[in-house]
Unconditional design. Structure first.
Length: 547
């Protein structure tokens, strides 16, 4: 994938992102000395597109596919050949016509040529051969002698290998593989961007959850302090303080767990937006500056399914693989035809050198006529001694079982690709329906958890006032505090899951789960736990998160 195509993909990904609302800076921890990186969602996406190691690895595949096509096309490039050899031979006399007691011959060959495979399935070849020979044989008329030959030949199939052949099929399949590689790279980008958005929301939730746990701990500590004051003034028995002390210890443990969750969420986001294993990077504290909202989103399920079936990366790649299967079927059917090849050739020859006129057969030299290589060339290019060939080469296997089996295997592969597309259509439809259902379900969760949180705040306020008036107990107050903390966390989790389900709803219309950007789908159950499964399972307990 070239730079302009990649830039267009980056712009598309950024434009397709869901616009976050309300820029809110979480309260920084005054005790954390680490350097701070304030990060917006768009900035996280931009850093991911520039630095993510998964995208960096996958970016080489389209380039490799382009080079593979160029390599296969190279078979149609012209090839120049040359050969220069020196030979010396001494042969003993074997009969009266040997030309001497010992015949010594020195030969110099200097040949040139070229050949090229033609995209119509034919082959074009040119040969220009030259030989200089000197000998002591008394029967040679030219010494030294020069022989030159020029030959041009062409072979063209008319049935088998005419419309297509192995070379052209490989090139067409390689081009489709290059297109598939581009699609898979885009799939990796889309999945990785969706994953980093969800990691951003996970970090936001982890930070908000930590603040909620600290708030709950502060309430428990304040309540414990008030009870201890009452014990000192004698209005409460010391045994009644145990409940508040136990609750404070429990909430301290919740804060410790929440702090670890923030660190895990930070590391997950760092792995996506940084490209070097730098200790300073791992020590950086990431502070998201955008807080997700829970505004209602209208889900057009029918339009989403049509969009996914039309443009999703895995569907596009499956269709391109089907086209490759069609190329193989076309080639296999072509191999069932008989071989009918046109063969045409034209050549000229020439001879030159010093002509030796002898007295009688093998007698002494009586006259010498000077000559050389130019005489041979004159004969060749003057077409003094032409030769030509024209004909057909016909062949047909009687049973042709090998081609029949290959054609049947190609058809089976094509039919399997068609069946895979139908299966993928069902899978995509199920994924989109499940993602849409998660959006609607998580929005309902947001509304219900918000209402529950408001009611728990009122309940805690009422219990606190009743306790101050002596009409409630430690247990009921601490239980109300605990219930409020649970309600606040549930609301935060529901909002994060709702935003993540919107990201996933957009993703399932653009890309499948293949590629380095994802592969595992976790479905939030709304209770802080996740279950791993297929996105088509129909689980509506929460949003789907691709990791």
């Amino acid at each position: 994938m070239n730079r302009s195509a990649y830039a267009a993909l980056v712009a598309f990904v950024l434009a397709a992102g869901l616009a976050p609302a309300q820029d809110v800076l979480p309260s920084p921890s005054p005790l954390d000395p680490r350097p701070v990186l304030e990060l917006t969602l768009d900035e996280a996406v931009r850093r991911t597109l520039e630095n993510n190691v998964d995208i960096a690895v996958e970016r080489f595949n389209p380039e490799s596919s382009i080079l593979n096509v160029d390599e296969l096309k190279g078979v149609y490039g012209p090839v120049l050949t040359s050969q220069v050899t020196q030979n010396s031979a001494a042969r003993p006399r074997s009969n009266a016509f040997s030309g001497g007691q010992s015949v010594d011959t020195d030969t110099l060959n200097y040949n040139f040529g070229a050949f090229q495979n033609v995209p119509t399935g034919g082959d074009l070849r040119l040969d220009f051969t030259n030989r200089r020979s000197s000998t002591n044989s008394v029967f040679e008329s030219f010494n030294p002698s020069f022989n030159s030959n020029f030959n041009l030949s062409y072979s063209q199939p008319f049935l088998r290998n005419f419309r297509t052949d192995a070379r052209r099929t490989q090139i067409k399949v390689a081009k489709k593989s290059r297109e598939i590689s581009d699609v898979q790279f885009r799939q990796t980008v889309v999945n990785t961007v969706a994953s980093v958005k969800q990691s951003y929301y996970d970090l936001l939730y982890a930070i908000d959850n930590l603040e909620a746990q600290r708030k709950s701990l502060a309430l428990a500590s304040k309540f414990l302090e008030e009870n201890q004051i009452k014990v000192r003034v004698g209005t409460m028995a010391p045994l009644d303080v145990v409940q508040a002390e136990s609750e404070q210890a429990s909430r301290e443990e919740a804060v410790i767990v929440a702090e670890a969750a923030v660190a895990e969420a930070e590391d997950a986001l760092k792995r996506a937006i940084f490209n070097t294993n730098d200790p300073a990077m791992w020590e950086t504290r990431i502070v998201p500056v955008e807080r997700p909202t829970a505004e209602p989103f209208r889900v057009d399920l029918e339009a989403a399914i049509l969009a996914a079936l039309g443009k999703r990366t895995d569907m596009t790649a499956a269709r391109k693989r089907l086209e490759s299967s069609e190329y193989n079927v076309e080639y296999a059917r072509n191999q069932l035809l008989p071989t009918v090849d046109l063969i045409a050739a034209y050549g000229t020859t020439g001879i030159g050198g010093t002509f030796l006129e002898r007295e009688g057969f093998g007698g002494p030299i009586v006259r010498t006529v000077p000559g050389g290589f130019g005489d041979a060339l004159g004969d060749v290019f003057g077409r003094s001694f032409p030769t030509w060939t024209f004909g057909f080469n016909v062949a047909y296997p009687i049973f042709n079982r090998q081609a029949d089996a290959a054609e049947a295997r190609a058809r089976i592969s094509r039919d399997q690709s068609q069946a895979s597309i139908r299966r993928l259509e069902m899978q995509i439809t199920g994924e989109v329906r499940s993602a849409a259902r998660a959006v609607e379900t998580n929005y309902k969760r947001v509304e219900s958890t918000r209402a529950a949180r408001v009611l728990q705040e009122r309940r805690l306020d009422a219990e606190t006032k009743k306790f101050a008036a002596g009409m409630s107990t430690n247990f009921l107050v601490t239980q109300s505090q605990r219930d409020l903390a649970v309600a606040e966390v549930a609301e935060l989790r529901a909002i994060a899951d709702y935003r993540k389900s919107l990201v996933n709803f957009e993703r399932v219309q653009e890309a499948g789960l293949g590629g380095s950007g994802g592969g595992t789908v976790t479905v939030s159950t709304g209770s802080g736990q996740t279950t791993t499964g297929n996105p088509t399972s129909g689980n509506t307990g929460g949003s789907q998160q691709q990791q």
